[in-house]
Design a protein around this ligand. Structure first.
Ligand code: NAD
Length: 271
């Protein structure tokens, strides 16, 4: 598994399993077990997914050592103050059956995010979180955060896929040495990106699926990906993307299919 070095020196596996909308304990536990078998070590959840406890159980039942796992969770919008953020974090730790998180994110740039960040900095300085970051923050949100932040976010997790490539924000994050992580990397199964003819042609040339080509494209942009699936064969397929490389020409062809088409919530509606 390829790893990226974050701006604080911590390493992150560049591909992980997302568990958004997995609302059944058995499905979650089975998919985490399948993912671990396929080589996944990085798992992305959030308080609002209401499945941290199942993920915690699934990981506790595995024989993979804690230090070989990378666990991300996120503080939800309803926690708006310093104290609430600290309390929410400890609740997540308990559910995840661990004594530290690898990455903790502010889920959306909603009310009070500068204060929430101050709490995350305390948790980071206390050694309870290895890296802290944000999600759904655009440049103005990051600039506002930075007016009071003492620690720069290590990661910004954003909706990103071939029909919503986030080119400008990607360049800004690169210039700031903040890692870009893609949520909805496959278009969340609701965008028709998986049927795109350009991607289909490239997939055929490499004898890979369109999903694999999309994930490979993200990786070659230095983006961290956390595709979600509860199906064993897709879970295995989604991590089988380290044995081929897209050419510069193919990267350019994919750059050209951007529609700037957001699939879900707009961060600018949050404030
Ligand atoms: P995704 O782009 O990963 O799409 C998942 C869907 O794609 C699946 O439900 C399935 O329908 C399809 N799929 C998966 N693998 C496939 C394959 N190999 N072939 C064909 N179809 C396949 O969407 P997502 O789950 O929304 O995003 C991934 C993760 O990102 C989430 O699980 C969650 O952890 C995170 N996320 C974060 C935010 C945020 O606000 N920070 C928002 C949404 C999701």
């Amino acid at each position: 598994m390829e790893q990226l070095r974050l701006n604080n020196g911590q390493m992150i596996p560049q591909l992980g399993l997302g568990v958004f909308k997995v609302q059944d304990a058995d499905d979650l536990k089975r998919s985490v077990a399948d993912a671990l078998k396929s080589g996944y070590r990085h798992f992305d959840t959030a308080t609002i997914y209401h499945n941290e406890a199942w993920l915690g159980e699934a990981l506790a039942e595995s024989d993979v050592k804690r230090e070989d796992l990378f666990i991300t969770s996120k503080v939800w919008n309803s926690n708006t103050t310093y104290d609430e953020t600290i309390a929410a974090f400890h609740e997540s730790l308990k559910k995840l059956q661990t004594d530290y998180l690898d990455l903790y994110l502010i889920h959306w740039p909603s009310e009070g995010y500068n204060e929430k960040w101050r709490a995350m900095e305390t948790l980071y300085n206390d050694g309870l979180i290895k890296s802290i970051g944000v999600s759904n923050f655009e440049q103005p949100h990051l600039e506002k955060l930075m007016t009071t932040a003492k620690i720069k976010p290590a990661v910004d997790q954003l909706e990103t896929h071939p029909y919503f490539q986030q080119k400008e924000l990607h360049a800004y994050l690169k210039s700031m040495d903040i890692a870009h992580e893609a949520w909805g990397p496959l278009g969340q199964g609701k965008s028709n990106v998986l049927e795109d003819p350009t991607l289909a042609k490239i997939a055929e040339a490499h004898n890979k699926s369109v999903a694999q080509v999309i994930l490979r494209w993200h990786l070659q942009r230095d983006i961290i990906v956390i595709p979600k699936s509860v199906h064993a064969e897709r879970i295995a397929q989604n991590i089988d993307v380290f044995d081929f490389t897209l050419t510069d020409e193919e990267m350019k062809l994919i750059a050209a299919i951007d529609k700037n088409q957001r699939g879900s919530g707009d961060p600018n509606d949050e404030e």
